[in-house]
Ligand binder design. Sequence first.
Ligand code: SF4
Ligand code: SF4
Length: 400
Amino acid sequence: MPTAPTVSIARCNDYNVPRVYTAVKETLEQVNGIHKLVGQKKKVLLKLNLLSSSLGPEYAVNTHPAVVRALVDFFQKDVGAEVYIGDSCGSLRTGSTNKAFKVTRLDKVAENTGAKWINFDQDKHIEVKKSNGATLPTFRMARTVKDVDLIVSVPKLKTHGLTKYTGALKNTLGVIPAKGKKNVHVQAPKPSNFAHALIDIYEEVRPHLTLMDAVVGMEGNGPNAGDPRKVGLIIASNNGVALDAVASSIIGYEPLGIPTIRYAQDRGLGTADLNKIDIKGERISDVSIPDFKKPGNIAKDFAVNLLPGFLFAKMMDVSCDSYSTVYAPNCTKCYACIKNCPVQAITPTGNNDTARVDKEKCIGCFCCDEVCDYKAIVMERHTIGKVFLKIAELIGAERT
Ligand code: SF4
Ligand code: SF4
């Protein structure tokens, strides 16, 4: 009989490196089969969550450097491994991923530990071919992911205005270099098929371990424009579906209402049933934050687990689809959003004018929001979504 996945939860009140190290070691050592899993692994990749190339650790957008440092120390000193840290950030601007590495102060971590930085945009890439029926039949990803012995995914706990929540399952999108990530949005423009595309990628990478930075998460309009919120936790698991089920429960979601979690479970990648997960350390009820703010542009509870598959997808696409607008007073006319839009839906209205979005072209992918440092991008619900959610609120299926 297969053993239950483990999710291990430890309190960690701040980013003091020795305290983070204690929590990281404690959670990893509680994961069932950790010694066999880690064993004599010589090359370990920490796949980080580096979305922003300009916002430092205090904004809670990227994986915090103290968590990376603690993991590097654990794998170098306790396991004796050679450690690589890598990612590709959310921006198409030249040099963005290296800027994300620096602004997150990971250059100091690499300098002080000897861990090797791999910019996935500049890495060699391999072509992945999926079986028929996949949302992403082919994609290119960083070769280092296949060259190492152990992959540790290190997501940040955040809300997300397209997928409701981002954690273990969404974090593997970053193995695809910048331009390829934009193509994923074009190939899978609706919330339901984008979630399937994310699972296509997760399925291919299948990290051996996931360790989530939930010391300070992001609430509200994540993944880039929300607000930092202290959660005070480090969470580790040998299964990304189980970790996301636990972490999303902690911040007040119904796990199976989150499309990535539901589709990953449906595709046999793990369970989101909290009764079938071996939860160690803290209890969910003792650490939960039900008032953790959710994104304002999409449904919170609507389209949850009671709906059958086809209806769930339809409801996701109605209740979680949105389009981008520009809040002119905040727009600095930096035009980073224009370069990042995969469907050329943004233009300046004239010389030195604020950015403007063509609603008809916009696919609601969040690529502009992810590079706007001034909270000038505001995602809006489509009219049909507004009507559905109003009805859902009236019948009590959606919290107001
Ligand atoms: S919306 Fe944001 S990213 Fe776009 S031009 Fe304005 S400030 Fe720059
Ligand atoms: S305007 Fe923004 S949300 Fe809309 S398609 Fe372009 S990048 Fe995506």
